[in-house]
Design a protein around this ligand. Structure first.
Ligand code: FAD
Length: 458
């Protein structure tokens, strides 16, 4: 035990901060946590959870229509945005309470207010100073909106969760997963939706086949996809908003939501004054054990700018607790982190993209399958699922698995375990499938697609 008020003072009660605080306290450390906005952080309040609830809402549109092919007489008579938002808010309040109780039951002191770092062993909140052996910065990230004329008229995902009214028309700006997910949500609940992205194809960093297949499906679902398009200015008019694009085109709409990236939340924290080094993007630079350039200050989660995902922040929070108080120096293991995009249809992915695999391993075999899901043989809906596996020809190890189609996130979680265990293609091939499922396709892909690299060399 130190002479300080606390052994650990955590700034930010989000995914990473709460995990680190709870487990540190469980190890016997005296812990305080400061939060200035919402218990549970981004994921619980304006991220994963409300987003997924909205995705469920968006699905019913197609489900009502599809049910007719299975004998049902159902008609979607309307959609009430207020009901969705109110029910979502009620659920979030419940989760806020759960997070608070988890912390209290672990013996963590909750300090309400905006925290700043005074020096390497002192944190100030609302005029009170707290001394601490260690500080953990887990302040997350915040949406970035480019500095264009009229930016005051646009919203980000944060506000989109609380809109007073559902717009008739919306433009989503961005090409990452948040933009694609919100385009699917708005489109599904009946908003005339346009997605604008300045690059030639959205979802940069994902496998090329995933990107192009998803673009085809999102287009078929009715989202107006405009790639290589960027907004130069936004104007408010009596009938809504007008976006003027860089090529001069004007698009009328009721809502413009920017999802063009998130910056680490470090403004006004006092970090640099305390000697903490930040990267060019503002992220806190940490070593393998999440220690910053100042010995007593650690950082985890979105604010270190690695992989901005809740399970990653949780793993990093756990690693800090073990390292500082569990007598077990721990790094986070970033190998084979599976992710899902809750677009419509969803994407699931784990391991390397084809492009990365070719670059790192050279000789790879690609297995790919595109098919109409069984459900839609009756509905007639023109929906196609795409599955892809990338295999190292030298070792037979499966390097990457990707899917665009219903339940992709659920399916890929299990596949991630197999890849982490080092599964080879032979292991997949010898696994008996579950029939009839889409997932069984992953254990029945026998023939690789023709190798474009080898063909070009012939
Ligand atoms: P956060 O959860 O953001 O927590 C930081 C906390 O610190 C906040 O509560 C903040 O109020 C508080 N804080 C900041 N500064 C101070 C201060 N000075 N004093 C006191 N408190 C402070 N991830 C997934 O894995 N799956 C998903 O499906 C997914 N969907 C997402 C959808 C959206 C729209 C968004 C925006 C994010 C999504 N994410 C998703 C990402 C995920 O929410 C984040 O990666 C995760 O919340 C990061 O956790 P964190 O602990 O680093 O920060």
């Amino acid at each position: 035990m130190s002479d300080y008020d606390y052994d650990l003072f955590v700034i930010g009660a989000g995914s990473g901060g709460v995990r680190a605080a709870r487990f540190s306290a469980n190890y016997g450390a005296r812990v305080a946590i400061a939060e200035d906005m919402f218990m549970g952080g981004t994921c619980v309040n304006v991220g994963c959870i409300p987003k997924k609830l909205f995705v469920y809402a968006a699905h019913f549109h197609d489900d009502f229509a599809d049910s007719a092919a299975f004998g049902w007489t159902a008609e979607a008579k309307g959609f009430d945005w207020r009901t969705l938002v109110d029910n979502k808010d009620t659920e979030i309040k419940r989760l806020n309470g759960i997070y608070e109780r988890l912390l209290e039951n672990a013996g963590v002191e909750i300090v309400t207010g905006r925290a700043t770092v005074v020096d390497p062993h002192t944190v100030a909140v609302a005029g009170t100073q707290y001394s601490t052996a260690n500080i953990l910065v887990a302040t997350g990230s915040w949406p970035v909106v480019p500095d264009i004329p009229g930016r005051e008229h646009v919203v980000t995902s944060t506000e989109a969760f609380y809109l007073d009214e559902l717009p008739k028309r919306a433009i989503i700006v961005g090409g990452g997963y948040i933009a694609v997910e919100f385009a699917g949500i708005f489109n599904g609940i009946g908003v005339d939706t346009t997605l604008m992205y300045r690059g030639p194809l959205f979802m940069r960093g994902f496998d090329q086949d995933v990107r192009s297949h998803l673009a085809g499906e999102v287009d078929k679902a009715g989202v107006d996809l405009r790639f290589s398009t960027n907004i130069a200015a936004v104007e408010k008019t009596p009938s809504g908003l007008v976006a003027t694009c860089e090529d001069g085109a004007k698009v009328e709409t009721d809502l413009i939501m920017y999802a063009t990236g998130r910056a680490p939340k470090v403004d006004g924290l006092g970090l640099e004054e305390a000697g903490v080094k930040l990267g060019d993007d503002g992220a806190i630079i940490v070593d393998d054990h999440f220690k910053s350039s100042v010995d007593s200050i650690y950082a985890i989660g979105d604010v270190i700018g690695h992989m901005q995902l809740t399970p990653v922040a949780l793993a990093e929070g756990m690693a800090v607790a073990r390292t500082l108080f569990g007598n077990e120096p721990t790094k986070a293991d970033y190998d084979y982190v599976a992710t899902a995009v809750f677009s419509q249809p969803p994407v699931g992915t784990v391991g390397l993209t084809e492009e990365e695999a070719r670059e790192r391993h050279g000789d790879v075999a690609i297995f790919r399958s595109t098919f109409r899901p069984l459900k839609h043989t009756l509905t007639g809906r023109d929906a196609q699922t795409m599955m892809k596996m990338i295999v190292d020809k030298k070792t037979d190890r499966v390097l990457g698995v990707h899917m665009v189609g219903d339940d992709a996130g659920e399916i890929l979680q299990g596949i991630a375990v197999a890849l982490k265990a080092g599964a080879t293609k032979a292991v997949f091939d010898s696994t008996i499938g579950i029939h009839p499922t889409a997932a069984e396709e992953f254990v029945t892909m026998r023939e690789p697609v023709p190798d474009p690299v080898a063909e070009a060399a012939e």
